[in-house]
Design a protein around this ligand. Structure first.
Ligand code: SME
Length: 145
């Protein structure tokens, strides 16, 4: 598991890299830069809400993710409650949608982008993969969009 200092350093480098891209494909760059920076992450992507479904748009992933998905999983709950959901053990989350059986923990952060509701979803192959450092830096990164 990364120490807090190491994780902060990695996030700071990610932020610099993301800021260097002026592209309108910022969400894609965020997925690419973050996914390539954390070894334990097996999915990093954005789902966009379309009525009662979520469609994956930009993502980097070990496996092809499921899409569309219902609003009953972690992503959908994060959007409908408009809150960050940090799930240390996905087996304990009622309704969790399994896209990759190797996922052990997950974090979902809802954002508005181009007048649409999105959620940044990240899966880790380790239990307890996310903490307040991730919340702090991922929230900062999403403000760069
Ligand atoms: N686990 C998510 C589905 C998306 S995948 O993890 C890529 C959920 O419960 O909504």
């Amino acid at each position: 598991m990364l120490s807090t200092e190491n994780k902060e350093e990695i996030y700071k480098i990610c932020i610099e890299n993301i800021q260097n891209y002026s592209s309108n494909d910022k969400l894609n760059k965020i997925c690419e830069i973050l996914f390539n920076s954390f070894d334990e992450w097996i999915f990093c992507g954005f789902y966009r809400r379309d009525g009662s479904q979520l469609h994956v748009e930009q993502y980097k992933s070990v496996k092809i993710p499921c899409s569309p998905i219902t609003m009953n999983g972690v992503c959908g709950k994060a959007i409908s409650k408009n809150m960050i959901l940090n799930v240390p053990d996905v087996n304990e989350f009622p309704g969790h949608i399994v896209c990759d059986k190797d996922t052990k923990s997950e974090i979902c952060i809802p954002i508005k982008y181009n007048n649409c509701s999105y959620v940044l979803d990240i899966d880790s192959n380790k239990f307890d993969g996310f903490d307040n450092v991730d919340v702090k830096y991922l929230s900062k990164i999403l403000k760069l969009t």
